[in-house]
Design a binder for this molecule. Structure first.
Ligand code: DC
Length: 217
């Protein structure tokens, strides 16, 4: 059987990880969250008090860093950092790390190795346009800024993280700006990606929509 390789891109808070996890469960695909990899590196850089613009120091760190995605958890040098990488402190700084082309080259290679010879669904910003250009299906998942911010805000609230909705909106708008205007592989819909707008749709509906697209082949 031909392998299934699904690339999902889109802005922060579009629901990529929630949707991808559910699709992965239903179709028995491996889910690879590439944003988590940029976040894990960001966490390490911040913990070491290194300036997020210091490319040389960051590359040194990356050379001695192990990032593993195991059973939906993220391990940084063997430690489970799944919750830590979602804090606002990491979110606010991750775009600075993700815009460094040297960092991207290394992480893109890791991501391709992870996807090799497996049935996968991978989400990020440059998956359809760079990492998995030959994906069997490319999806660009999006939603309005307001709805994306509401979703993130609820997530934070459930986890007991104190932020205001205004802060979340500002963070999302700022990340959209940095992610779409950076020089290296900015967030943009690949020409052959199917646009799925999740504004006003239930999670289940979007999951079904994507499964139908995958099955259609
Ligand atoms: O999807 P996320 O919010 O966890 O992503 C975190 C950051 O990493 C976000 O600022 C965009 C960046 N990113 C990227 O540049 N390329 C990817 N493939 C995945 C994420």
């Amino acid at each position: 059987m031909e392998s299934i390789v699904v690339a999902v891109d889109g802005p922060a808070g579009a629901g990529k990880s929630t949707i991808c996890k559910l699709v992965a469960n239903k179709l028995n695909l491996e889910y690879i969250d590439t944003g988590a990899m940029y976040r894990a590196l960001t966490l390490k850089v911040l913990n070491k008090n290194i300036n997020v613009n210091s490319v040389e120091e960051i590359m040194n760190i990356l050379g001695n860093t192990k990032i593993d995605l195991i059973n939906r958890s993220v391990f940084l040098d063997g430690k489970d950092v799944s919750d830590e990488i979602r804090t606002p402190y990491v979110s606010e700084n991750v775009s600075s790390i993700a815009k460094i082309s040297e960092v991207r080259d290394v992480l893109v290679k890791m991501q391709r190795d992870m996807a090799n010879e497996k049935n996968v669904i991978m989400d990020g910003r440059d998956i359809g346009s760079r990492v998995l250009k030959n994906a069997t299906l490319k999806i660009f998942l999006t939603a309005s800024v307001e709805e994306r911010a509401e979703r993130r805000y609820k997530e934070f609230k459930n986890k007991g993280i104190l932020v205001s909705l205004e802060e979340v909106i500002r963070d999302i708008e700022e990340r959209d700006r940095v992610d779409s205007t950076r020089e290296v592989t900015p967030l943009k819909r690949a020409e052959d990606a199917v646009l799925v707008d999740t504004t006003g749709k239930s999670i289940d509906d979007v999951v079904e929509e994507i499964i139908a697209l995958i099955k259609r082949g």
